[in-house]
Design a protein around this ligand. Structure first.
Ligand SMILES: *[C@@H]1O[C@H](CO)[C@@H](O)[C@H](O)[C@H]1NC(C)=O
Ligand SMILES: *[C@@H]1O[C@H](CO)[C@@H](O)[C@H](O)[C@H]1NC(C)=O
Ligand SMILES: *[C@@H]1O[C@H](CO)[C@@H](O)[C@H](O)[C@H]1NC(C)=O
Ligand SMILES: *[C@@H]1O[C@H](CO)[C@@H](O)[C@H](O)[C@H]1NC(C)=O
Length: 499
């Protein structure tokens, strides 16, 4: 800009100046283009140059008297959306970048970005941001350019975008994503990487590294939080996944494709620098397999979430209605059967007694359950679900509203833990809950432990020793007392049928 103006003055030397500027300008642009590439910035940092520049910057900030109060003031200024949009136009980019480098005499550029993080949620740390955001997946970096929220002390903020923050072991598998804030020019000494791809929709960054193949965790840790965080964009949102698990993505593709109309991006493998007008890093999570409408910006509910799933998977039945016994029709009961632990040893007898009671029984083993899309349709055709505590019960999300879930609680003082995962979430889903607690007579732990062992006399003491999983979840099968179980299921049958 300055070059052009000088070039039009009428002094004799002006032609020479103009010529020099004409030569210099492309060079300058070239430098900006070159230094704009991220690997160079990274290399700069490795040599210690970055730290030096940063120290200088902090120094400069303090000598300019830009104390905390000033930054505070700036951060309170609202970002004008128009500014952000303007800035994202390609032709504006170079000009602004060039300004970043010509620190001397540059005007103070208006801050255009804003970063807000919340570290006080027990499930997940979340950062939301808007303005000029540049995501470089390979280095898991999000550049927040010209940020009104910039603070020297937290110019970098890291988040592990998974929703089990309290679980050290799980979180150790989750990659850190770093938000790198830059102050508005001329205080910024670093040049953000140049955009190579532009998106005009928000970004949502999360990790699939935590849940493995466990369906409960897939739903509770990821799908529900994803719904809370990204459903409001009606598909106009880009999902970026770190710790990308192809199997997970493939399994949940119909759901992901309903949340976002764009293919999911494998963040860790992505060498592009993608620019977004806004972004979420980390997913909002409220509770196990649940949504707190009061905490959700949009007042989302689990009923709404289940309607969303029904539409994503083309399920037919929104509601179940009581079945008339005299009509000859039978209520459908899906039995979710386990194989390696918490299996029902007298499965066949249990199925027979349920058929006797008047149910049409769908017995589903792990091989049936693993095909989510198919099994969701089976579940949706049923009026009730029964199973021993375990991830398979998570398929209750596909039941029609007002259906009944019966959880069989294994031996070992497990009521509270079982209710936490699969009991408490049920009413909010618009389902009805029943449970059957296995007695000491019905567990195969009898084969391993005498009746005076703490396994029977004081199970809670073993929980405290950290043996809950090993002994009570992995270590037992159950042999249901057919008479007692039938009695409890008869009440369920009565409640979902009419004369
Ligand atoms: C940066 O630190 C300040 C306090 O020093 C805090 O109020 C603010 O929330 C932090 N910002 C981020 C993005 O973490
Ligand atoms: C941060 O999250 C907590 C817990 O979810 C919530 O209570 C609080 O209101 C949030 N803070 C802000 C500033 O949004
Ligand atoms: C439970 O039963 C299955 C067979 O159905 C068996 O393979 C497994 O070892 C049993 N587990 C326990 C803890 O008894
Ligand atoms: C839900 O099911 C119960 C029992 O079958 C029935 O009494 C009730 O009317 C149903 N509610 C709705 C909204 O259909």
């Amino acid at each position: 800009m300055r070059g052009k103006r000088e070039g039009t003055t009428k002094h004799g030397s002006s032609t020479v100046t103009a010529a020099i500027w004409l030569l210099l300008l492309p060079l300058l642009v070239l430098i900006v283009l070159k230094t704009g590439f991220l690997p160079q910035v990274a290399r700069f940092r490795e040599t210690g140059g970055f730290a030096k520049v940063r120290d200088k910057m902090v120094h400069k900030v303090s000598t300019l008297g830009l104390d905390g109060a000033r930054w505070q003031q700036q951060s309170q200024d609202k970002v004008k959306p128009e500014t952000a949009r303007e800035y994202n136009k390609p032709h504006q980019m170079l000009a602004t970048n060039a300004k970043d480098t010509s620190l001397i005499n540059a005007d103070v550029a208006a801050p255009i970005s804003k970063l807000t993080c919340n570290f006080s949620n027990i499930h997940s740390d979340i950062c939301t941001m808007e303005g000029d955001l540049r995501i470089h997946g390979k280095s898991a970096s999000v550049y927040v350019v010209s940020a009104s929220t910039f603070r020297p002390e937290n110019s970098t903020v890291t988040v592990q975008p998974y929703t089990r923050k309290w679980e050290k072991q799980t979180m150790s598998r989750i990659r850190e994503v770093t938000m790198r804030s830059m102050p508005p020019a001329p205080y910024s000494f670093t040049i953000p990487p140049r955009c190579t791809v532009r998106h005009d929709v928000p970004a949502v960054v999360f990790s699939t590294g935590g849940c493995g193949s466990n369906f409960f965790h897939a739903m509770s840790d990821l799908v529900v939080p994803l719904y809370i965080t990204s459903h409001e964009y009606n598909g106009r949102v880009q999902l970026l996944v770190t710790d990308y698990q192809p199997k997970w993505i493939a399994k949940f593709r119909p759901i992901l494709a309903t949340l976002s109309m764009y293919p999911v991006i494998d963040l860790d493998a992505d060498t592009a620098v993608r620019c977004f007008p806004s972004a979420h890093v980390g997913l909002e999570s409220h509770r196990m397999l649940g949504i707190d409408p009061g905490l959700s910006r949009n007042g989302y509910t689990m009923m709404g979430f289940r309607d969303f799933l029904r539409s994503a998977l083309s399920l037919q039945r929104p509601w179940t209605a009581p079945v008339s016994r005299s009509s000859g029709r039978k209520p459908r009961l899906v039995m979710v059967l386990r194989r390696h632990s918490r299996a029902i040893t007298n499965e066949a007898d249990v199925v027979t007694s349920m058929v006797d009671l008047g149910f049409e029984v769908v017995a589903a083993g792990p091989e049936d359950v693993s095909d989510m899309r198919r099994f969701a349709g089976v579940v949706n055709s049923c009026d009730a679900m029964v199973g021993v505590h375990g991830a398979g019960l998570t398929n209750m999300v596909f039941l029609p509203h007002n259906a009944t879930v019966m959880q069989i609680i294994p031996w070992g003082d497990m009521k509270v833990a079982c209710r936490y995962d699969f009991g408490d979430p049920v009413p909010d889903m618009g389902l009805r809950y029943a449970e059957y607690e296995v007695t000491a007579e019905e567990t195969t732990l009898n084969d391993k432990y005498p009746r005076d062992h703490p396994v029977f006399t004081d199970p809670a003491s073993l929980h405290r020793q950290g043996k809950l999983w090993e002994i009570f979840l992995q270590g037992q099968n159950v042999t249901l007392d057919i008479g007692r179980f039938r009695g409890v299921m008869q009440q369920v049958y009565r409640s979902i049928t009419t004369e």
